[in-house]
Design a protein around this ligand. Structure first.
Ligand SMILES: [Zn+2]
Length: 131
């Protein structure tokens, strides 16, 4: 599987059940672009390249499966509370990794979704357990 680091933007190859961590900068948030238009945009029509839907998969690796489950559960609550007609979000967990899938109608909504969900995971992760 080919992911892209959300910090240094390098391409990262991962085993399906391997850890989610950038080997270049150590960042733990990797993006997996799943839209058919993930090929290099050589099209001369930028409007066509911007047309959706677009989807991306964010992987967040935690030190333990329990921690991932706790954060995943907290984020899942947010999914139900955030009403966004332009984007669909689903949260799943694979071992110690929380996977957030975002499907958006356009690239602006996709970028906004990536930013806000990355922030949500960071916030949830930095909340001490048991408090
Ligand atoms: Zn990186």
């Amino acid at each position: 599987m080919s992911y892209k680091c959300s910090r240094c933007k390098r391409d990262v190859q991962l085993d399906e059940y391997g850890g989610v961590r950038c080997p270049y900068c150590g960042h733990r948030v990797l993006l997996k672009e799943r839209s058919a238009s993930s090929r290099k945009q050589t099209s001369s029509d930028p409007v066509a390249a911007e047309s959706g839907p677009h989807s991306v998969e964010l992987g967040f690796e935690f030190s333990t499966t329990e921690r991932a489950e706790t954060v995943g559960a907290a984020v899942r609550v947010e999914v139900n509370e955030v009403e966004d007609s332009r984007a669909t979000v689903s949260v799943t967990r694979r071992g110690p990794t929380v996977v957030v899938e975002i499907e958006a109608a356009d690239l602006h909504a996709l970028r906004a979704g990536i930013n806000s969900w990355t922030r949500l995971i960071d916030t949830a992760e930095n909340t001490p357990p048991g408090h």
